[in-house]
Ligand binder design. Structure first.
Ligand code: CAA
Length: 261
């Protein structure tokens, strides 16, 4: 297995568990974390035994308290633009991970931490989770998708409230507003997220990838175009061996077995 400096990666059957491992900095996201996550997600994506991933933070306090402020404090302004700082999160994790993955948010998910959680296909939160985009208090603004994904997730009123006041949302408000799909006690968070991931990993894999792609399409296109794309993807899935098996298994009242083709 590969070893990483800032994350832990474990394969649990068909599920990859990735744990942010800088608890002394509340799992703040620096360039090394990004490099490690790019490697880990690429390995997950390439491994045919792995069907779903879970991303969480080590410790009881934080999923991730944001981009690493200590890495940014002395960085020259023009460098952020010259390096296209933060671009890799979208280009090398979100866009290249076609398999489903879940964020299990176990505490603070602030700034880049909230943004990283929102890159997941869905979020399961512990009761002590806190979400926020406090960048405004630092004289900046979200840089890893917060303004765009939060607005899409919870609508304009809540997104503006969060970005302009920098306040935190608790787990109940996050569930009520649709930011997270489930809230569970902290001591059940990992079990709940891993069980959800196992359920997904047990699905026909091409169908899992296309379901993910379809839902994401809803945020990229008009309804008419999205509906056409949805039908085309359905029609593509209908030609797979797993469709033949899945429907036959239903009719024959037995569990299906999947080939991923
Ligand atoms: N970057 C670097 N270090 C961080 C950090 C961050 N985002 N968040 C916390 N830490 C460090 C602290 O500096 C501290 O380290 P030391 O012990 O060496 O001083 C350690 O983690 C523990 O943190 P605190 O002592 O502050 O813990 P607390 O319980 O008093 O407060 C907190 C917890 C409210 C989450 C507070 O740490 C906090 O406000 N953190 C910063 C949150 C923030 O502003 N995030 C946005 C960052 S900018 C960004 O993310 C840009 C973007 O859009 C991509």
């Amino acid at each position: 297995p590969m070893s990483y400096e800032t994350i832990l990666v474990e394969k649990k059957g068909n599920v990859t568990l990735i744990t942010l491992n800088r608890p002394q900095a509340l799992n703040a996201l620096n360039s090394r974390v990004l490099e490690d996550l790019i490697q880990a997600f690429a390995a997950f994506e390439a491994d045919r035994t792995q069907g779903c991933a879970v991303l969480t933070g080590l410790g009881e306090k934080a999923f991730a308290a944001g981009a690493d402020i200590k890495e940014m404090v002395d960085k020259a302004g023009a460098e952020f633009y010259a390096q296209d700082f933060f671009a890799g999160w979208t280009s090398q994790i979100v866009k290249t991970t076609r398999k489903p993955w879940i964020a299990a948010v176990n505490g603070f998910a602030l700034g880049g931490g909230c943004e990283l959680a929102m890159m997941a296909d869905f979020i399961i939160a512990s009761e002590n989770a806190r979400f926020g985009q406090p960048e405004i208090k630092l004289g900046v603004a979200p840089g890893m998708g917060g303004s765009q994904r939060l607005a899409r997730a919870v609508g304009k009123a809540k997104a503006m409230d969060m970005c302009l006041t920098g306040r935190m949302m608790d787990a109940a408000e996050a569930e009520r507003t649709g930011l997270v799909s489930r809230v569970v006690p902290l001591d059940q968070l990992l079990a709940e997220a891993l069980a959800a991931a196992e359920a997904i990993a047990a699905m026909p894999p091409l169908a899992a990838m296309m379901n993910k792609e379809m839902v994401n399409m809803a945020f990229e296109t008009t309804l008419d175009t999205g509906l056409i794309l949805e039908r085309r993807m359905f029609q593509v899935l209908a030609s797979t061996e797993d469709k033949a098996e899945g429907m036959a298994a239903f009719v024959e009242k037995r569990p299906g077995t999947w080939k991923g083709q």
